[in-house]
Design a protein around this ligand. Sequence first.
Ligand code: SF4
Length: 434
Amino acid sequence: MKAAAAFVASLRAAGLSQEVARIQATLYGSLAWTGEGHGTAPAVILGLAGESPETVDPDDAARILADANEHHTLALGGHNPIAFAPATDLLFDRLSPTPAHPNTLEFLALNAAGDELARDRWCSVGGGFVVPEAQVGQPPPPGQPVPHPFNSAEQLLQIGARTGLSIAEIVFANECARLPPEDVERHIVRIRDTMMGCIDHGMHTGGLLPGKLRVKRRAAALREHLEADRFRNIRNPHEMMDHVSMFAIAVNEENAAGSRVVTAPTNGAAGVIPAVLRYYSDFCPGASPAGTRTFLLTATAIGALLKMNASISGAEVGCQGEVGSACSMAAAGLAAALGASNAQIENAAEIGMEHHLGMTCDPVGGLVQIPCIERNAFGAIKAINAASLAMRGDGSHYVSLDQVIATMRQTGADMHAKYKETSQGGLAVAFPEC
Ligand code: SF4
């Protein structure tokens, strides 16, 4: 959606919008293999219509998609009506190589005579980030200087040791170099509220998920079971785990249904961090809004390291980069909220990542449902375990977070393409009827 909207914005900036009579979008690589199940086609259509993921209204989205799919029209950028037939103007090219990145999109704009007006390639590099193809692998353009720049966990720990700041305080100071502090605070609250709202909605929504697998939603039934146990005064020792699983499953069912989730660090792995955060606020004595803030700021630092030094894209490194990264972030966030030292937080993040190394991405039918939904529940449970183990120690440990991130990157590079969001291997081929 973002890449399509950026292409439309570039047409507008070049003064070409009014000349455009036809747009063709082509998905390559992993996007072509799993784009159908991942909802990429509707996302591209909405982006061409000028919508953005943060603000798109579900009712408007339904109307825009109906116009394109049924009436073959599209208001380019929300204004300029053009003919657009998804069957011929939104193509899935599974054969052409994608040298820059496995998630590549190409946009072509033509005038009424069929002459090319503009052509652009964008890559979706994970976590909702898109970059022009030429920028893949390049360092991001320099932004506002921050007071505490870091490129590794080791540097982050050194800054903490030198300044006496916690990881959350370091991240907050850096964020405030880019935004006024009150905006940063507002953003944190908005993220928390969206995550919690998503859990609540998912826990109260039953029925089937969209798609050919006809997967039954489970979070609402889990909630009913847990509530019934409570009324009967039954308390299973593992009840907390059922709650955490329910929180994660609720979010990932919302994601599979196309509802709003917080990309954390990706949509497929969006359930881990909210589930662990909800565990913190519902189950941990002394939980507070300040702790929630510490949780999210700390998780941000770990997510940045994972993205900077490895990848959070299943198409690049498999699910270790998605659910593994989410687990690492959540483990660090929980440890921080519970009062861990910076060294213990780094240890928690390392444990969370280490025990996801090598995990492949093999979504059945290209849908983000099996194994993705349940996998988030396991990622959340592992994150709690990682935080707990780290807090039983003093922060000293054998494999550093930097080493495990480098290992994740190399393991992803060594991984066969069929295990990297192409639905060509693993569980995805264990069900021939899909
Ligand atoms: S298997 Fe993991 S990486 Fe692949 S789509 Fe599912 S959640 Fe994302």
